[in-house]
Design a protein around this ligand. Structure first.
Ligand code: HPA
Ligand code: ZN
Length: 345
């Protein structure tokens, strides 16, 4: 949810589940301005100028480097524990307002800790506490995933993975590998992800987005991915498509993000419908609602109206997202049952 001016969307009435949303890509523009004014962040304090730095614009180059560049500016805002509390709370509130019933929110501890040198442990604690409080206050279920970036150090990733394992009891469910897939291999992270999985963390990997289908195989076989962030390039290789199908891998597809970061040249030609035809498990997600200036309801609308996916299939994808969530079995069963009954699927 970009800001308070976002028009209401009729798909808001559909109860939804989101598996792929980054906290750092979910900051309201109005909150960023407020933080910039209060904390003296050295960015423009007019909405128009700030938007260009942290949100994709119509005139922007549609490239992954332009997309990732926004996160460099976004790192400047995490100036105090209160800021981290506020942005976490608002991200949960915005999802609840969009009728998301279960949000699996991922956050990048290294990004949140960087501006002020906060210990990773504290940052994790703040996000977990705020997300839990917000979930109660806004009547939404929230699970958390810790993200590490391919383009940052494996040593930091190891620390994050270790802390994530320690925080499992408090609702931290999984580990994610994000960042610059076009220029950085996953090999330095293989062992970290294997160990994390062995310790009970669930695994989702950004792959086949800015890198080839082979990265989807790598994510499944070498990193233990149960879910793939994006993965839309999987269709470039039939054997990897077959592997994902056989393993029951769920794809967290983010249509607008893919268009804005240059994965697809035309929205209407997005491979999502072909992924469905191939029998892959496809879910609909925002990735970074503020950076992309979208809501999950917008993405449902786009998928239905521009990609011609039926509402029946979209309802099934909500159930599939719940089934693919990293919730403990009993909680997951409850969520799936209540959504099935509400959606009459
Ligand atoms: N890919 C990789 N890293 C990211 C993304 C993405 O789509 N969004 C935020 N960090
Ligand atoms: Zn992502």
């Amino acid at each position: 949810m970009a800001d308070d001016t976002t028009p209401l969307n009729k798909y808001i009435t559909l109860p939804k589940v989101e598996l792929h949303r980054h906290l750092e890509g979910s900051l309201r523009l109005s909150t960023m301005l407020d933080i910039a004014r209060k904390h003296g962040v050295t960015v423009p304090v007019s909405m128009l100028n700030l938007s260009g730095l942290v949100q994709v614009q119509d005139k922007d180059p549609l490239t992954f480097s332009n997309f990732l560049e926004k996160f460099k500016t976004l790192r400047l805002f995490y100036k105090s524990p209160d800021v981290i509390h506020r942005v976490t709370r608002e991200a949960v509130e915005d999802a609840a307002r969009d009728n998301v019933r279960y949000l699996e929110l991922r956050f990048t501890p290294v990004a949140l800790s960087r501006a002020e040198g906060f210990p990773l442990h504290d940052v994790m604690d703040w996000v977990i506490t705020s997300a839990g409080e917000a979930a109660k206050d806004f009547n939404i279920k929230v699970g958390l995933i810790a993200s590490v970036n391919r383009h940052e150090s494996p040593e930091l990733a190891e620390q994050v993975a270790w802390l994530a394992v320690e925080h499992q009891k408090r609702g931290l469910r999984g580990l994610d590998l994000a960042g610059n897939e076009a220029e950085f291999k996953s090999a330095p992270f293989h062992e970290i992800f294997k160990e994390a999985k062995g310790s009970g963390l669930r695994v989702t990997i950004h792959a086949g987005e800015w890198g080839p289908a082979e990265n989807v195989r790598d994510a499944i076989e070498n990193l233990g991915a149960e879910r793939i962030g994006h993965g839309v390039r999987v269709l470039e290789d039939e054997s990897i498509t077959a592997l994902a199908k056989e393993r029951g891998t769920t794809f967290e597809v983010c249509v607008t993000s893919n268009f804005q970061s240059g994965v697809v040249n035309e929205l209407e030609k997005h491979p999502l419908p072909r992924m469905l035809e191939k029998g892959l498990k496809v879910t609909i997600n925002t990735d970074d609602p503020s950076v992309s200036r979208i809501t999950l309801s917008n993405e449902v609308q786009l998928t239905h109206e521009k990609l011609n996916v039926s509402m029946d299939t979209l309802k099934k994808s909500v159930i599939l997202a719940a089934e693919s969530s990293f919730l403990p079995e009993a909680e997951k069963g409850e969520l799936v049952r209540s959504l099935k009954s509400e959606l009459a699927v």
